[in-house]
Design a protein around this ligand. Structure first.
Ligand SMILES: CC(C)(COP(=O)(O)OP(=O)(O)OC[C@H]1O[C@@H](n2cnc3c(N)ncnc32)[C@H](O)[C@@H]1OP(=O)(O)O)[C@@H](O)C(=O)NCCC(=O)NCCS
Length: 315
C-alpha cells in the first residue's frame, strides 16, 4: 500500500556516551584515526538496559509525538539483531511494557541487520491492509556482541532505538524497495548459535568488502525506489541514510550528484546503531525541525546478509 503516513516518531539514547578518547584506553587506536576514517566522534552504550527497554523508550516518545492513545496500536514490529532473548520476541516484550497485554496486537521481530528499519517499514506498509496502527521499531544493544578487544569493529558501533508509527492515509505516501544478495564469504557476521558455534560469538567484519558493497547497494536502492515512485533524485528534499561511515555517504553523494546538505548525518554522535540507525536519524531530524509537511524524502540502508533497501516518503 502506498497511502501511508508516519504519524509520529521518537528515539532513545543509551545512557553512557563513549568518546573516541575513551576507546584509546581500551584498544590501539586514536581519535584522529577514527574521525578521519569514519567521521565518528562518539557513540552511546548501555550497561543497564536491554534492547526492549530502549525500544520501549523510543516507542513511548513516538506515541507522544503522534498524540494517539496507545490502545490504537494493533501491530508491533521490532527490527533487531540483538534481541533480549531468543524467545519471546522483543516486540512481545515491548507490547507488555506498553501495557497492551491481552489486547489484540500482532507482535514479532525481524532481522535484516542494518537494513532492518527499512525492511520493517516496507513490510508494515503492506500490513496496513489488515492492521490500523503499526509501531515499527529499530532497536539494538550491539555492545553485547562487540569484541571490545577488536579495534576493527569496536570503534564503529553503538546502542540505541528509534520508533515510528504508521497509519493508512491519503496525506502521505510510502514506496519501498528491498533486496538481499547473500554473503557467501561471510564478510559481515556474528556466528553464535550455529551448529558449529554453540557459544555466543562476536561480530566479525571485513571492513573493505563491506565498504565496497555499501557504495554500490545504496545508490542502487535509491535508484530503484525512485523509479518505482516515479520521482527524480533532484526532487528529493532530504536523504536519511544508514549511519555507518561518513566516507560511505560522501561516495554515495558524489556518485549520485546529491548535495551533501540534503543528507542527514548523526553518525558523528551515535556511531553505527544497525537497525536503529535510520529510525533514530528520522526521529532526530524531525525533532530538529528538518522535516516539513509535503517534503519528499528517501531513507536507505545496507547491512549484513547482505541486505539493502530504500523507502520513498512524502511527509
Ligand atoms: C572499517 C573501516 C572504517 C576501515 O577503514 P579502512 O580505510 O578500510 O581501513 P583498513 O581496513 O584498510 O585499515 C587500515 C589500517 O588501519 C588499521 N586499523 C583498523 N582499525 C583501526 C582503528 N580502530 N584504529 C587504528 N587503526 C585501525 C588496520 O589494522 C590497518 O592497518 P595496516 O595497514 O597496518 O594493516 C572501513 O573499511 C569501513 O567503514 N567499512 C565499512 C564498515 C561498515 O560500514 N560496517 C557496518 C555495515 S552495516
Amino acid at each position: 500500500m502506498e497511502n501511508v503516513k508516519i504519524i509520529g516518531c521518537g528515539y532513545a539514547k543509551a545512557e553512557k556516551k563513549l568518546f573516541n578518547t575513551d576507546l584509546e584506553k581500551i584498544v590501539d587506536t586514536s581519535d584522529e584515526w577514527i574521525v578521519q576514517r569514519t567521521g565518528i566522534h562518539s557513540r552511546y552504550i548501555t550497561q543497564t538496559k536491554n534492547t526492549s527497554d530502549l525500544a520501549f523508550e523510543a516507542a513511548k516518545k513516538a506515541i507522544k509525538d503522534a498524540q494517539i492513545d496507545v490502545s490504537l496500536i494493533d501491530c508491533i514490529l521490532v527490527a533487531t539483531t540483538t534481541p533480549d532473548c531468543i524467545t519471546p520476541s522483543t516486540a512481545c516484550l515491548v507490547q507488555e511494557k506498553l501495557g497492551l497485554n491481552g489486547q489484540e496486537c500482532t507482535s514479532f521481530d525481524l532481522n535484516a541487520a542494518c537494513s532492518g528499519f527499512v525492511y520493517g517499514l516496507s513490510l508494515a506498509s503492506m500490513m496496513l491492509e489488515t492492521y490500523s496502527t503499526i509501531l515499527v521499531i529499530g532497536a539494538e544493544t550491539l555492545s553485547k556482541i562487540i569484541d571490545w578487544n577488536d579495534r576493527n569493529t569496536c570503534v564503529l558501533f553503538g546502542d540505541g532505538a528509534g520508533a515510528a508509527l504508521i497509519q493508512k492515509s491519503n496525506q502521505g505516501r510510502m514506496v519501498s524497495f528491498t533486496k538481499s544478495t547473500g554473503d557467501k564469504d561471510g564478510f559481515l557476521m556474528c556466528k553464535g548459535l550455529s551448529l558449529q558455534e554453540k557459544e555466543m560469538s562476536y561480530l566479525e567484519m571485513n571492513g573493505k568488502e563491506v565498504f565496497r558493497f555499501a557504495i554500490e547497494a545504496m545508490p542502487y536502492s535509491i535508484e530503484k525506489v525512485l523509479e518505482k515512485a516515479n520521482q527524480k533524485i533532484e526532487d528529493i528534499d532530504l536523504f536519511i541514510p544508514h549511519q555507518a561511515n561518513i566516507r560511505i555517504l560522501k561516495h554515495v553523494a558524489k556518485k549520485m550528484k546529491i548535495d551533501f546538505d540534503r543528507i542527514f548525518v548523526n553518525l558523528d554522535e551515535f556511531g553505527n546503531t544497525s537497525s536503529a540507525s535510520i529510525a533514530i536519524a528520522l526521529a532526530q531530524a524531525k525533532e530538529q525541525g528538518k522535516i516539513k509537511k509535503g517534503m519528499k524524502m528517501v531513507l536507505t540502508g545496507f547491512g549484513a546478509g547482505f541486505t539493502s533497501g530504500a523507502i520513498y516518503l512524502e511527509w
